[in-house]
Design a protein around this ligand. Structure first.
Ligand SMILES: C[S@@+](CC[C@H](N)C(=O)[O-])C[C@H]1O[C@@H](n2cnc3c(N)ncnc32)[C@H](O)[C@@H]1O
Length: 221
């Protein structure tokens, strides 16, 4: 197994105090060789993956609603995709999407080694367009695309989720910058607008989990 990276790598700052973050990450069981290698690659190349604490949330959410069809928006090298794919029951499917074909090639190799190839469909292109083309209803839609697009993703995701399905979004606390009501940064403003709209939406029951960079979990009513 590749050397585990230091737990301090997962600290986001601005949300949970470092000692508590380290405590949470130190408690996690070690990952298998493939996930550990992906974590090391992400740390080295500064690829912003969700990491193992959030990965476990994904696995748990999938089991809780016995999800079988998952649409992932913004998959990069496929780290979060593997967490979803390992949690779906037999016959379950996860759609991987990313705008960069090189990421998809890298992910394909990892999926083979992780033994989840038959559960994953890879699609490259704009994740918002790819979701719009889908006719089916998903059990879970996971949103991790460019932050400026979050308000648009919210409008697209609702109609594509089944009742009782989950709309899950990463980075909704944005290293704590979200708390600055006077921010002039476009990405911060987009996430602020997104969070407000998600909580106010009559179609969802929403909670933000302050794990790592903040994960919004919204239940479709
Ligand atoms: C934060 S990374 C994804 C990390 C991944 N979810 C994980 O945790 O392992 C965001 C990825 O989304 C992709 N991306 C951003 N906006 C996109 C869009 N509109 N359509 C498709 N891919 C997009 C980027 O190429 C990048 O690889």
């Amino acid at each position: 197994m590749p050397n585990a990276i230091d737990v301090s790598h997962w600290r986001m700052g601005g949300i949970t105090v470092p000692a508590v973050e380290d405590y949470l990450y130190n408690m996690l069981p070690p990952r298998d060789e493939v996930l550990a290698e992906m974590e090391a690659e992400a740390a080295q190349k500064k690829i912003p993956i969700v990491g193992p604490a959030v990965g476990r949330i994904f696995h748990q959410l999938t089991m809780m609603i016995q999800a079988r069809n998952i649409f992932e928006m913004g998959s990069a090298i496929g780290y979060s995709t593997i967490w979803w794919a390992r949690a779906v029951s037999d016959g379950g499917r996860v759609i991987y999407t990313d705008g960069d074909p090189k990421n998809a090639e890298r992910a394909r190799g990892y999926f083979q080694r992780a033994g989840v190839t038959n559960r994953i469909t890879l699609k490259t292109g704009d994740a918002l367009e790819l979701l719009s083309e889908e006719k089916q209803h998903f059990d879970i839609i996971f949103n991790d695309v460019d932050k400026e697009d979050y308000p648009r993703v919210l409008r697209l995701a609702g109609p594509r989720l089944r009742k009782g399905g989950l709309f899950v979004t990463d980075n909704v606390l944005w290293s704590g910058r979200i708390a600055n009501g006077k921010s002039t940064d476009h990405r911060t403003q987009a996430i602020q607008e997104f969070n407000r709209a998600l909580y106010e939406s009559p179609d969802f029951y929403t909670t933000i989990l302050p794990v790592r960079d903040g994960v919004a979990v919204a239940l479709k009513k």
